[in-house]
Design a protein around this ligand. Structure first.
Ligand code: 5AD
Ligand code: SF4
Length: 468
């Protein structure tokens, strides 16, 4: 899952869903700051849901909050540093007094555990992602004595779903799978999110039906290995392609997306459902990480470049319009110039529609942490720049090649002043479309056909031509 949607998401809609009167949190204000990937964004929505159900009210400033939750990421060292610096700022402004709580949640909390008390002394509660469903009793206990609920409860057999509070809109995240059983040598996720497990299909169908009836039109299914859904003989009750098919049949749902897929969990059936269902969008985010087999092996990715290539060939044969995006790591242990050039060659070959590229960051509790042949930092910085330049150049070429074509966007925002609709193509590209004054105003949730007039690196511009 990409953490590049990384946000400083700190707002939740106000509103008055039913809640338990008489709760200790009745009337308390809460502030949530989110770092990291979409899964973390959604975890924050779940935590907001739990607090709102207890009568809590969201606020947009930590200084105004009785309860502060800093939902952290730990994928690279930089993520830890960002969270710690934010905690440093927040502790200066937090309210003092009985009943106020500063909690650290998320993946850094899971990995660091009690160490966080030493780094940020006035933290009251530390809890990892597996503990979200126990948020309320844990906050209750933390109001009298500080607590750290660390990783001792792994693996968590089941996955429950606290009701989430989402920002109003057209698109929503739904977690269907969590955790990772792969053993990529660089990755901290198995240590923070635990073993792979999947939510029951009936539970997911119910949640998506509810979302659609409250106006959401596009659902993104989330999982660390989303296409490993239901493969563990657990209680899912369906395979991932079957889940997509079930959800596609929900009336009123226009678009289904999913992220992140793992090459080892790819299947013909997944490609088939992308090819046959008009609801499943033609976009696959499939991290390749490196173009060098030697690196893939050291990374313990479990596939060769040729295996990856075969999946892409199948995808492009059956879903020719599919967009393909990826994640890439440079400067992994032992990476030579030759290995790196293979990554550049893979980018050239696969013509990714987008790629998130990162410099390898050694993480505690991962197999590669103790490996000593990490290339010098300056070398990795230089490789990252070369790689990003290539990715950007390809994105620019692709966007320019779309000028003159017609695409269908799902309107997410409409600005009547500038008569601009903003939405995404099925391939997940953002389009800003001008709607001529004689045309009807679109509303968020409407499908709109647009002729592309301009393609820049960051996105597309066009003119609306018809309204579905
Ligand atoms: N260093 C750098 N990048 C990493 N990623 C995961 N772990 C690390 C690490 N230790 C990248 C991978 C993954 C994405 C979410 O983050 O490319 O797909
Ligand atoms: Fe998401 Fe946690 Fe991974 Fe960060 S470390 S990208 S929050 S799963």
């Amino acid at each position: 899952m990409s953490d590049s949607a990384a946000t400083g998401e700190d707002r939740f809609p106000t509103g008055n869903p039913p809640h338990t009167r008489g709760s200790a949190f009745e009337g308390k204000t809460f502030y949530i700051k989110t770092f990291g990937c979409q899964m973390n964004v959604h975890d924050s929505e779940r935590m907001a849901g739990l607090l709102t159900a207890e009568g809590g009210n969201p606020v947009s400033e930590p200084a105004a909050a009785d309860i502060i939750l800093v939902n952290t990421c730990t994928i690279r060292d930089k993520a830890d540093q960002k969270a710690l610096s934010d905690l440093g700022r927040i502790r200066q402004v937090r309210k003092e007094g009985p009943g106020t709580i500063l909690a650290v949640t998320g993946c850094m909390a899971q990995r660091e555990g009690e160490e966080i008390f030493r780094l940020v002394p006035d933290v009251d509660l530390i809890l990892g992602p597996s503990q979200i469903r126990n948020l309320i009793p844990l906050l209750d206990a933390a109001s009298t004595s500080r607590a750290c609920v660390d990783g001792t409860l792994w693996p968590v057999p089941e996955m429950t779903t606290p009701p989430a509070i989402r920002p109003p809109g057209v698109t929503a995240f739904v977690t269907v799978q969590e955790g990772c059983d792969k053993a990529c040598a660089y990755c901290v996720v198995p240590a923070t999110r635990g073993a792979e497990r999947s939510r029951p299909v009936t539970d997911i169908v119910r949640e998506v039906e509810n979302l659609v009836s409250s106006g959401f039109r596009e659902i993104t299914l989330l999982g660390q290995n989303v296409n490993g859904y239901g493969q563990k003989g657990d209680t899912a009750g369906a395979s991932f392609p079957e889940l997509l098919q079930r959800l596609s049949d929900i009336p009123g749902l226009l678009r289904l997306r999913f992220t992140t897929s793992h090459p080892m969990d790819m299947s013909e059936d997944l490609i088939d459902v992308m090819a046959t269902s008009s609801r499943v969008m033609p976009h696959l985010h499939l991290p390749v990480q490196s173009g060098s087999d030697r690196m893939l092996e050291r990374m313990q990715r479990g596939y060769s470049l040729d295996d990856y290539r075969r999946w892409i060939e199948k995808l492009r044969k059956k879903v020719p319009e599919a967009a393909l995006t990826t994640d890439l790591i440079v400067g992994f242990c032992g990476e030579t110039e030759e290995d790196f050039e293979k990554t550049l060659a893979a980018v050239e070959e696969f013509r990714f529609d987008g790629a998130f590229a990162f410099i390898y960051s050694p993480r505690p509790s991962t197999p590669a942490h103790s490996w000593e042949d990490v290339p010098p930092r300056e070398m990795s910085v230089e490789r990252l720049e070369r790689l990003q330049k290539k990715v950007e150049q390809q994105a620019m070429e692709r966007n320019q090649s779309l000028v003159g074509s017609r695409v269908e966007i799902l309107t997410e925002k409409w600005d009547p002043e500038t008569r601009t609709a903003v939405g995404r193509t099925p391939q997940f590209q953002t389009v800003r479309a001008l709607v001529a004054p004689e045309r009807p105003d679109p509303s968020p949730g409407d499908l709109l056909w647009v002729t592309i007039t301009q393609g820049a690196r960051a996105g597309l511009k066009g003119n609306a031509v018809s309204h579905a």
